[in-house]
Design a protein around this ligand. Sequence first.
Ligand code: ZN
Length: 404
Amino acid sequence: MYGGGQWGYRPVPTMPITYDVYVNVNPGPPPNRFHPPMNPSEQLLHYPLGDAMPAQGETLVVAAGDGSGLAPAVKWIRMALPFALDHINLWLLRDEDEDGRAGWTVVDCCITRDESKAQWEQVFATQLEGLPILRVIVTHMHPDHIGLAHWLCKRWDAPLWISATDFNAAHTASLSTSGFGGERAASFFAAHGLLDSDSITKVRGRATYYPSMVPEIPPSFRRLQDDDVLRIGGRAWRCVSGYGHAPEHMSLYCETLKVLISGDMLLPRISTNVSVYHIEPESDPLRLFLQSIDKFTRLPADTLTLPSHGKPFLGLHERVRQLHEHHRERLAEVEQACARAPQSAADILPVLFKRKLDLHQTTFAMGESVAHLHALWFAGRLRRRRDGDGVYRFAPGSGCVDRS
Ligand SMILES: [Zn+2]
């Protein structure tokens, strides 16, 4: 991960890692906080900005406007997160409203906490050229993306644009006392072999995890759907839906600028979290994720990809190839393990995660583990059996799931 503390904040040790627990993070400590080591996959990508990144409360232009003297089209904001994943990238797009009033569209928001609001205040004071925020676009419902949408929308009297599925999922999760933890999540993990009482107690106690970072959702929204074209600052930006990471994630592509705001669907350094959750316990998100990222191969090879975590990069076709390869290898390892003896999701954690996981990471990694088993189960490579101890175990054989 990138070095912590570069903005003077201290990671909060009691907070769990966010939903984004990643499989292929380079586990070695960075040589220094500004130059984390690249893993071999990353070295095949190109970072046109080098190690440049915006300082706290500042922005960095990543796409200039057309012609000389025009306002920059896209500016990069990097905000601190109190997780192992220690930052999120947000984007400011030069825009104008229907009355021709100049301003900015924001893409993604950071979690709700005082430090994030303070960083936004700095941006408002120094980076907006005296112009207002006109709208707030959110790629998906995870807390680091939607957390402060309520605050930004209220403060600027700006509408929220998001997919209907993620709007509703965020609403439910922010109101719920079960969130992404609680009793039902604990039973789900136990049914997949997570039996030690410490872990189960932690999951049970995480009932207010989501609302703690997303206490509120704006009361209304503008719906984003696949292939919708938004006019932002006179340029067309097309929505590209993605599944498997969030219910209905929206990336945004601008052909004029050859820029893709990929959200969490395409990250340069770490693989996107793809998990089965208790709310949809028999889903196959890995298949959905891999199908979704194939859409990016239709974009030009020299598209500049702006990810939510990590640095802007060139090489999105290579990155899609790497992710397919990465999951193909993990699936082969999982299948081999199941051929030796029937495996639960908890059993295969060490197969998928080569580094040591703490308790918090373990509980989130379980979702990824179930996702890999389910991909093989739905593909007819494994069958599933619930043993006398109530735990699902997977073994070679044809799955009982019909996907006709
Ligand atoms: Zn996410």
